[in-house]
Design a protein around this ligand. Sequence first.
Ligand code: ADP
Ligand code: 5GP
Length: 243
Amino acid sequence: MPLTLVRGHRFFVEASRNSLSRLTHQLLPPREDISIRTFSQHSPKMAPTDTSAIERNRAIVISGPSGSGKSTILKRLFKDYPDKFGFSISHTTRQPRAGEQDGREYNFVTKEVFQSLVDEKGFIEHATFGGNSYGTSIKAVEDVAEKGRTCILDIEMEGVKQVANHPTFPRPRFLFLKPPSMEILEQRLRGRASDKEEAIVKRLKQAEKEMQFAESGEAPHDKTVVNDDLDRAYQEVKEFIVG
Ligand code: ADP
Ligand code: 5GP
């Protein structure tokens, strides 16, 4: 099912709704005891996607090692500007943490559902992180743009590369949130107490790669903010995002 690019600012994801729904049923036979939403509720729009709204309101990508404080800072931003920004709700195959809600922090999906979206070219970018899949669907970004809000993506480095090199997605502004040191990052990851030891170890390993990437010439970041003191870091992020 080809992804056709028209005039450089439109996506056409050409797929038949019927074949999609057949695939859904093959992958996810209806089961009342499964609470995870089914493919059809997460499927990307199959109609042409006009990116002019995203061009008018350039998206912001925030990245940085897990534990660097992205969620904490974004929560403040959304509280201070309830109508200006919209969070791009990613899909992930990881399990929800305590307090996370399906459709709010993430669309929590099975590996099969995630793979279907990959096959149907429903993602702008997607990557594996700590053994789980994560991806930004076209629909997630459209949902925000359609409300006239600036879309904010919180994604890891492979996704950053894909977005930066995307053939049609309007180039966002990239912010890198850096921890004061690897020691402090480890303390914060452990202090958050949301991940098992094995997951923390994976995140710390990945954090080193994120830091190396941020320092490499390949990184598209327009701004780096060190999250030492939270209030100060938030001010700096706010100045970059809001202006
Ligand atoms: P991320 O979203 O980047 O994975 P979080 O926002 O979950 O990171 O932050 C990781 C942990 O660090 C959380 O427990 C958060 O409260 C804490 N934290 C974030 N920023 C600071 C800061 N400047 N000083 C101290 N703790 C912080
Ligand atoms: P967490 O499991 O802590 O919520 O997220 C782990 C990492 O995945 C974070 O670095 C976060 O930025 C990244 N992430 C979240 N959503 C996406 C996504 O849609 N795409 C990519 N590439 N990374 C994501």
